[in-house]
Design a protein around this ligand. Structure first.
Ligand code: COA
Length: 154
């Protein structure tokens, strides 16, 4: 399976259990809320846009973002690839897919993302996609911003 075959699908009753069973390495578990928590949140928050990362027919990751219609900023606030599928370019491909989806919404000009400052994999991944670090928020998390028009030519 190559990274070119990565796609995002909606969260459904059929793929929910697979998302819940995705795992991170122990040292990564503080970097992102558990998928069980995110699935609950997806049910409760009508602005949440949960997406399941597929490699062919296999569920390999999960992400969630919001893109309120009355704002020009989207926020990707969950992003994970199962530990067994990391390091194969899937995260990069999934990020490309979600940025394409967000750009296609039409009303979004900025995408923000936040991560723990010590999360080097996240930093590298987002920097390569054009995100620029803006500094720490009040919880000590790094905020990074991507200006869509500049990076995608939209
Ligand atoms: C961050 C994460 C989503 C990356 O997914 P992935 O599929 O492993 O990433 P990829 O294989 O597509 O790699 C993309 C880039 O990320 C960076 N990267 C990935 N793993 C890395 C590591 N262990 N150390 C440093 N950089 C790393 C590299 O820049 C890489 O690009 P390159 O291969 O061209 O150098 C994944 O590691 C993960 O789920 N981590 C735990 C949860 C998390 O931290 N989520 C982000 C919170 S906002």
């Amino acid at each position: 399976m190559t990274a070119g075959e990565i796609r995002l699908v909606f969260l459904t009753e059929a793929n929910r259990a697979s998302v819940a069973s995705l795992e991170l390495a122990p040292e990564q578990r503080d970097f992102v809320a558990s998928n069980a928590e995110s699935l609950d949140e997806a049910d409760l928050d009508e602005d949440a846009r949960p997406r399941v990362v597929m490699a062919g027919d296999r569920v390999v990751g999960f992400l969630m973002y919001d893109a309120p219609l009355d704002d020009d900023e989207a926020r990707i606030y969950r992003f994970m690839i199962d530990r067994a599928s990391q390091g194969k370019g899937y995260g990069k491909a999934a990020l490309r897919e979600v940025l394409g989806e967000i750009g296609g919404l039409g009303h979004i000009r900025h995408v923000s993302i936040c991560y723990e400052p010590e999360n080097e994999a996240a930093r590298q991944l987002y920097r390569a996609a054009g995100f620029v670090e803006e500094g720490l928020d009040e919880d000590g998390e790094m905020i990074a911003d991507l200006a869509l028009a500049a990076s995608t030519g939209r």
